[in-house]
Design a protein around this ligand. Sequence first.
Ligand SMILES: [Zn+2]
Length: 51
Amino acid sequence: MCAVGGPPDMGDTESFFPTEYKCKDCDHKFKGTGVDPRCPTCQSQNVKRGK
Ligand SMILES: [Zn+2]
């Protein structure tokens, strides 16, 4: 019989989970994964989490 191997324990996965952000300056939507999200278009940090 085959043993069921689950995914390896990733530990803290929350910081790795991509979150969608929206730039308030240029309305560009992007996905960030860090704690310091920054708009890739205008480099602004004036962003908010959005879906
Ligand atoms: Zn922007």
